[in-house]
Each structure stands twice: as structure tokens, then as C-alpha cells.
Design a protein around this ligand. Structure first.
Ligand SMILES: Cc1cc2nc3c(=O)[nH]c(=O)nc-3n(C[C@H](O)[C@H](O)[C@H](O)COP(=O)(O)O)c2cc1C
Length: 186
């Protein structure tokens, strides 16, 4: 028997750490799970009012770092505390930043992968601020590269489980995309 459940979930959801500057160059970061890649060159974010949302509207740039198992607590912390209430939020998280070489946004040094984006669209709809950023670069710590590609086995990215409200590790490679289906081609 199947059951009908009104509150649908989508899985996997990402754990994006969105980093921005305010008008004085102070760095902030927040956790965003209602977000994703929209085509090869763009990232979409669905945001409520936050310090980060204000920064995005003013600076029109952000970075997205993938949350990792090693820094899961810090990544959760920046999603439950606002810089509006805790001015030293980034220090408390243990995050330090450097300015992106490509956009006016901070790169979090403790998280090995950062996608650097310029905001290309801001839409107020469905009681949210929907932001689309165009990817201009990806900066990656060499420690998580294999043959010049990001190696998820080294990065240990985590996902948000919207059903159990927890974070999960991303698991093993179980077969090639556009490949394992070939076994059914006859
Ligand atoms: C797992 C998780 C996912 C979240 N996803 C989003 C999201 O997609 N959009 C959003 O507006 N807020 C989201 N938040 C809430 C913000 O990260 C949170 O309110 C944060 O403290 C805002 O920080 P700021 O005010 O310093 O910018 C999420 C929080 C958590 C813990």
C-alpha cells in the first residue's frame, strides 16, 4: 500500500554555505538547503529575510562552499545564528575568509570548495527572495583534487535530510552515469 503525504520532501538537498560581504567588507555566511544548480552555469537560492539576503541585494555577489563532514557543526551553526544578533558569528564558527579573486565575496578557508558567483537575477515571489547567481569560477583546495577534478571521496560533502531533519554523508560511487543503464539495452 502507498500513502499520500501532504508535506512533500525532495532528496537529496544540498548544504550550501552562502558567503557574502556587507557594505563595510565584513564577511558573513549562512546555510542554504533550498538551493541548487540551475543548468551548468547558474545557482539558484530561495531566501527568507536574513543579513545574507540584504548583503546579496547590495553586493550582488556570493560564494557557495559545500559543507563537509569535518565542519558539519560550524556549517549548522551559521544556519541557526544570525550575524544581526551575533556580530562575531564567523569567529564563533571558526571560519576565516579571504576575498575571492573573481567576485566581491568571501571564500571560507576551512571549506575546500567554493563556487564564486555574481548575482544576475533577484525576484520577489512566493514570499521569498529568489536569487540566481552566474558561476564565474570555482576555487578548490588541492587536498580534495584527484587528476584535476573534485574528488567527493576526499571532500566528504554532506547533504540535508529534510525528512529526518539531519545531515547525512554522501555515499559510495555505485556506477557510472550514462553508463550503468547500458546493461538494460540488450
Ligand atoms: C539546514 C538549514 C538549511 C537552511 N536553508 C535555508 C534556505 O534555503 N533559505 C533560507 O532563507 N534560510 C535557510 N536557512 C536558515 C539560515 O541559514 C539562517 O536563518 C541563518 O542564521 C541566516 O544568517 P544571517 O542572518 O547571518 O544571514 C537554513 C538553515 C539550516 C540550518
Amino acid at each position: 500500500m502507498r500513502q499520500n503525504i501532504k508535506e512533500a520532501i525532495v532528496t537529496p538537498q544540498p548544504v550550501f554555505i552562502v558567503a557574502t560581504y556587507d557594505e563595510n567588507g565584513n564577511a558573513n555566511a549562512m546555510n542554504a538547503a533550498w538551493a541548487g544548480q540551475v543548468g551548468p552555469k547558474q545557482i539558484g537560492l530561495a531566501l527568507s529575510p536574513h543579513n545574507t539576503t540584504d548583503n546579496l541585494k547590495k553586493q550582488k555577489a556570493f560564494t557557495i562552499s559545500f559543507a563537509t563532514k569535518e565542519h558539519a557543526a560550524a556549517c549548522d551553526y551559521v544556519g541557526i545564528v544570525s550575524l544581526n544578533k551575533v556580530p562575531d558569528k564567523m569567529a564563533k564558527a571558526g571560519f576565516t575568509t579571504v576575498k575571492s579573486e573573481h567576485v566581491n565575496a568571501p571564500v571560507i578557508e576551512q571549506l575546500p570548495v567554493a563556487i564564486e558567483c555574481n548575482v544576475v537575477s533577484i525576484t520577489e515571489e512566493y514570499n521569498e527572495t529568489r536569487i540566481v547567481g552566474e558561476i564565474v569560477n570555482m576555487s578548490v583546495d588541492e587536498s580534495v583534487l584527484t587528476d584535476g577534478k573534485v574528488d567527493l571521496d576526499k571532500l566528504h560533502p554532506i547533504m540535508f535530510d529534510c525528512s529526518a531533519l539531519c545531515y547525512r554523508e554522501i555515499g559510495a560511487n555505485i556506477g557510472g552515469a550514462w553508463n550503468i543503464g547500458k546493461s538494460l539495452m540488450g
